[in-house]
Structure formats: structure tokens, C-alpha cells
Design a protein around this ligand. Sequence first.
Ligand code: ZN
Length: 229
Amino acid sequence: MAKRRPKVPKKIETEVLVRCKRRCPLCFGIDGNVQEVRGQIAHLDRDRENNASKNLSYMCQKHHDDYDSPRSQTKGYTEAEIRLYQEELEGYLAENPLGTWSYPAPRKQKISVPVPSPDLYDRRMVIYRRTRDFLSQVVGNASCSLQDAFSFAADTHEAQFIFDAKFAAYLQKIYEHALHLHMTETLLNQLPVGEERSEAAQEEHENLLWLYDQGAELAKRAHPFLRLS
Ligand SMILES: [Zn+2]
């Protein structure tokens, strides 16, 4: 007799549905679609008996089908890819209270921030310049010392009070990437030539590219806070 698959327990099912608010990680990650979709719960490791909450993801019908039956000719969606989109989706939902969702591309929202007083403007500008200089230093040297990363974090700590939580979280992300760059660098110096080393080198390369892109991204994100009129 065929073994019956255990059903996803109700409590876990609810947790999975609520944390993504019935949004599909692939619709979000690939198409920028943040609308509710009709779907099902997928098993990320493709083991239908593994009903651990972190192994489950709500997906629209189409993406669930694509995920469950990857064609041999083309590269199917990977588990790591979905986990990343899932994480981004949950981050997005946490930052955007109900009612402010838009379709498509959540990133295009206009932020309206009141024009700052001259004093506030100056204090924001100090942090903006500090971040800009830090980025060009790190990207210019293709390297970041632990000391430099720590002093950047200390110097920009006040951002949470004089910008907003989202902007402060963005600076935190820059700090984390710089720290990660330092860690990968240290690792690269210790690893012998081989697959692991190539992976670390690739990671360092991607991290640097990300940091490089933040020059323009920083200006864009700081702009609403540094308007003079
Ligand atoms: Zn989908």
C-alpha cells in the first residue's frame, strides 16, 4: 500500500500563508508583482513529507508547477533563488503597511518628506557625505578594513533619528556588505586554490559590484531628505 503523505499541519499552513500574505515569491522577485495570487504551498526541498515551516512557501499555480517539474533542457528555479525572493518579499511586506501596495514595481513609490530645517539639513548632509566617502574608499581600494567598517557604523549611527528607519536600514546594509567584503578577503587569503576559493572570489566580486552601484543608489535614496524646497 502506498504511503500516505502527511498533510501540512493547520498551524504551520496558517503561518506560511500569513507571513507572505498570499504573495508568490517568484511573482514578486521576477515580475515585481505584489498582488495576492491564487496558489498552493510548495515544498522547497521537493520532499513532500518535510512539512517544516522553513521548507514551505506559498506559490502561485504557474510557479508551483514550474518549480515541481523542472524541465531537463532549461535550468529550473532553484531552492536558493526562491529562498532569497521569499526573504525579500517578507522584508518588503514588513516595510510596507497594508494599503500602500502598488503594482508593478514597489520600488517606484514616491516618498514625500518635509523640507528639513537648516540645522537638520546640515546634520543629514554630514551623514550623506560620510557614506559617500566610505563607499568610494571601499570601492576604490576594493577592500575594507575592520576598523573602517566599524567607524563608518559609529559615524552614521544617528541616521535612525535624523533620516528614517528605512534609510538607516539601508546604511546598515552598506555596513554589512563592507564587513562581508572584509571577511571574504580574509578567507581568500587563507584558502588554497580550488572550488571553495573560486566561490569566495566570485562572492567578493559580486559584493564589490553591489557596493559600486550604491554610489548612485545612495544619492537617489538621500534625495528626498536633502531637498531645499
Ligand atoms: Zn508566481
